[in-house]
Design a protein around this ligand. Structure first.
Ligand SMILES: [Zn+2]
Length: 72
């Protein structure tokens, strides 16, 4: 839980529930094809659970365009 461990502009230790409560819009940018999309937080919470940490998606966010996973 280092302070530098941010992801997409929010602290990486935040859960999806924290994110939903904050009302913050989070933009995902694929590091492979630069595709961007606004994250659908309620949909992610339904799929992965509201206690999932934002950091989880650093490595587990599949790109809807190129299908690759992660922000490497
Ligand atoms: Zn992509």
């Amino acid at each position: 839980m280092a302070p530098s461990d941010d992801f997409l502009g929010v602290p990486g230790y935040w859960t999806l529930e924290d994110l939903a409560r904050s009302g913050q819009v989070v933009m995902f940018e694929c590091s492979h094809c630069t595709h961007t999309k606004i994250l659908d937080i309620p949909a992610l919470a339904r799929k992965h659970g509201p206690q999932t940490r934002v950091n989880f998606f650093k490595r587990n966010m599949p790109c809807p365009r190129c299908g690759k996973t992660g922000m490497a």
